[in-house]
Ligand binder design. Structure first.
Ligand SMILES: Nc1ncnc2c1ncn2[C@@H]1O[C@H](COP(=O)(O)OP(=O)(O)OP(=O)(O)O)[C@@H](O)[C@H]1O
Ligand SMILES: [Mg+2]
Length: 384
């Protein structure tokens, strides 16, 4: 029997956003001391951690300061200086998921190549180093252009229906994809331990907001046949084994109108589509991530209640200090859990929080989630 000391470990988290905040809560619950790196003092995670190192994700010295203070370092964001991480790893520091994996995922082209090389079905793509009008025309419209580096929350993705959309074209090394006729967007959370043991959550269904490509409504479990759900879970596990991941991973997939299941991308961290696990599953994705990177046994990923989840986004035109409108009405609905991330400023469509709704069926939970959306709003002091 192993004896654990206290604190259990000093856990470093690069990125002080909402994912880091929810990881911090779970790590503290398990008896860890948490240190966060973020450029903004009092970041959502930094505000509740032991200490925040204030510095940028590209700054090797700031990264070193954090990593050297911790037993294990992880991250809640993908845009980190991986060379600095790889150097620290070579010196013997534990950084998980591995910096090499992060560098691969950061480049959408390398990520696709790595998955495709292992026989994982991905959305067909073509490399396009110079997205000139001629190169796009040669690939043929309609198309989806994706920047290889730096995209998040749908930024870095452009749907170009024809030459008339060239104004939306993004500058930089890209991938071009065919526009997939998507029946459902699915996501599967996979957690893989340091000993390669895996647990996999149910496939969930993501409905997107066309305003900003942001997740609009999440339904768990997805309303799909059991055989398809199983296939999605198996494919997600295969993808995370293929990249030798350690930690929690979001695997985003498209179920196409002609019945194919394709992987869109993987996220090497807890994922927006896994927030529902806090209330609706035996073990949350955040606790699993902490357990995985610390080398602890993983918990059960079983779902204990049907569930729906919505993001709370800053209202269009909103700026400044946030105010919540309609919280009393939302909380009066049975089964509603409101999560507020503690961001000091609201911006249009910024993720400010989320709401999970449990009910006897996904449909009933979705209905209540729509009621919550109708009453609960995050507005700024300077609303336009
Ligand atoms: N080939 C495609 N065909 C049709 N729709 C697509 C395609 N690729 C992406 N999309 C749509 O655009 C959304 C964002 O794409 P993707 O996940 O690749 O970008 P991202 O910037 O990494 O987004 P996020 O950070 O939100 O996951 C997808 O969820 C999907 O709705
Ligand atoms: Mg995505």
């Amino acid at each position: 029997m192993r004896r654990s000391g206290y604190p259990l470990a000093r856990l470093g988290i690069i990125g002080g956003g909402q994912l880091g905040r929810m990881m911090t809560l779970q790590a503290k619950k398990l008896g860890c001391h948490v240190f966060v790196l973020d450029p903004y003092p009092h970041s959502p995670a930094g505000a509740i951690a032991m200490e925040q190192v204030v510095g940028g994700f590209g700054d090797p010295q700031a990264i070193r300061t954090l990593v050297e203070r911790c037993d294990v370092t992880t991250y809640d964001i993908e845009h980190i200086n991986t060379r600095a991480l790889q150097e620290l790893e070579a010196e013997g520091h534990v950084i998980l998921p591995a910096p090499g994996l992060l560098a691969m995922v950061q480049d959408k082209l390398r990520q696709k190549e790595a998955l495709a090389a292992q026989g994982i079905p991905v959305v067909p793509y073509e490399q396009c180093d110079h997205p000139t009008p001629e190169a796009l025309a040669a690939f043929g419209y309609p198309l989806v252009q994706k920047l290889r580096h730096g995209g998040y929350d749908g930024k870095g993705v452009a749907l170009l229906r024809g030459p008339e959309d060239l104004r939306q074209k993004l500058p930089g090394e890209s991938l071009l994809e065919r526009v997939i006729d998507i029946a459902e967007e699915l996501s599967v959370m996979v957690v893989r331990g340091r000993d390669t043991h895996m647990v996999v959550y149910p496939a969930v269904e993501m409905v997107f907001d066309p305003r900003g490509n942001l997740l609009d409504l999440l339904l768990a479990p997805a309303r799909i046949p059991e055989a398809l759900a199983r296939q999605a879970r198996e494919m997600a596990e295969a993808a995370i084994s293929a990249v030798d991941g350690v930690g929690a991973f979001g695997v985003e997939m498209f179920h196409t109108a002609n019945g194919q299941l394709l992987i869109n991308e993987i996220a090497p961290r807890p994922h927006n589509s896994g927030h529902y696990t806090i209330e609706a599953c035996m073990t949350s994705q955040f606790e699993q991530h902490v357990r995985a990177v610390l080398g602890l046994p993983l918990g059960s990923a079983a779902q204990i209640s049907p569930c729906a989840m919505i993001n709370l986004l800053g209202e269009p035109g909103s700026k400044g200090k946030p105010h919540l409108e309609g919280l009393d009405e939302a909380l009066a609905i049975p089964g509603v859990s409101v999560h507020i991330y503690g961001k000091a400023e609201v911006r249009p469509l910024r993720k400010m929080g989320h709401v999970t709704v449990l009910d006897d069926s996904v449909e009933a939970a979705a209905e209540k989630a729509k009621r919550v959306r109708a009453c609960l709003r995050i507005v700024g002091e300077f609303s336009g």
